[in-house]
Design a protein around this ligand. Structure first.
Ligand code: ATP
Length: 309
């Protein structure tokens, strides 16, 4: 597992990662969220041994990142932000080079390179130099090198950044496949909230280097103002006063000139049955009645705006 305890990194006067603590367990795909400059990349660079912490500690698969980084690195695959270096190398040559660096040779090296070329669908570009590849293919080459040694822990810094929707779908599918092996840990930094719902089993939100939230996507959605909110799509506008008077209703938001109402629930209350009952009693012409799980974007904005204030 990964265990992070009061990890801290300063750049001059600025504290980029501030007393950060959390754990990640085998089988988890952790979404690591935060606005630009929150400290996500800095944390990942410390975990993978590319930056030295100024305080606190962390272990990866039981290895201390400060005193046993080489052992820890063997257990990790890391996709840094941006494109792989060695731009003038051809894709296959680059992957062979990485395989050698990781200690593979002969038939095993060949077999591992072929496996990732096939997994990441790189056949078409294997003879092309990395610098001439599209952004999407560069990310895939980066992912290929990260998984080449079949690591127990994958640290991916914005793996779908700059990819088109099809490529995003492909990369997320691959991450899910990798994580299906229940002993693996995947940590993905992102500011794309749909990615959290799509692939993550848990999310950690940070802002200005500090931990702001740590929970499953369901738990984070439950923090939303719109958790258990009921939306009515109507044929014609109605008087909203009876709705406001219902027990457990915190607010009624009016959209589309009264044709859409969002009835916000008080925390912990379930109002769907009562709203449905009222609509029937009042003979409202309801086209659609739906209940919300919550809005991650609103939770993310609120958490990170509070921190910025
Ligand atoms: N080498 C460095 N020297 C000085 N400041 C740095 C350095 N690296 C990062 N920082 C600063 O530390 C803060 C955290 O940066 P970091 O790259 O970790 O954020 P991030 O959450 O990954 O952001 P993004 O989503 O934009 O990638 C930022 O204010 C950044 O400017």
């Amino acid at each position: 597992m990964i265990s992070i305890n009061s990890l801290t990194k300063r750049f001059g006067e600025y504290t980029a990662v501030d007393n950060l603590s959390f754990d990640v367990h085998p089988g988890e795909v952790l979404g690591f969220l935060g606005p630009n400059g929150a400290g996500k990349s800095t944390t990942m660079k410390m975990l993978t041994g590319f930056l030295t912490p100024d305080g606190g500690s962390a272990t990866v698969c039981g290895y201390d990142i400060q005193t046993q980084i080489l052992q820890a690195q063997k257990e990790m695959g890391y996709l840094p932000e941006g494109a792989p270096c060695y731009g003038d190398m051809r894709v296959q040559t680059f992957l062979e080079f990485i395989a050698e660096v990781r200690g593979f040779s002969g038939a095993e090296k060949k077999q591992r390179v072929e496996r990732v070329i096939s997994q990441l669908e790189l056949e078409r570009v294997r003879e092309q130099s990395i610098e001439t590849l599209s952004k999407g293919f560069k990310r895939r080459v980066g992912l290929a090198q990260a998984i080449l040694h079949d690591p127990k822990v994958l640290i991916l810094d914005e793996p779908t950044d700059g990819l088109d929707p099809n490529q995003k779908y492909q990369v997320r599918k691959l991450i899910k496949q990798l994580a299906a092996d229940s002993n693996k840990i995947v940590v993905i930094s992102t500011h794309i909230l749909e990615e959290v719902s799509a692939v993550c089993t848990r999310a950690v939100v940070i802002g200005r280097g500090k931990l702001l939230a740590n929970g499953t996507p369901d738990e984070l959605e439950a923090m939303s103002r719109y958790h258990q909110a009921v939306t009515l799509n109507l044929e014609s506008p109605v008087d909203i006063e009876p709705l406001k008077g219902l027990s457990g209703v915190a607010d009624v938001e009016v959209q589309r000139e009264g044709l859409q109402l969002t009835v916000v629930a008080e925390p912990g209350r379930v109002i769907f049955p009562a709203v449905g009952e009222l609509a029937k009693q009042q003979s409202w012409l309801v086209r659609e009645l739906s209940v919300e799980r919550g809005r991650l974007d609103e939770v993310f904005r609120r958490l990170t705006a509070e921190e910025a204030a």
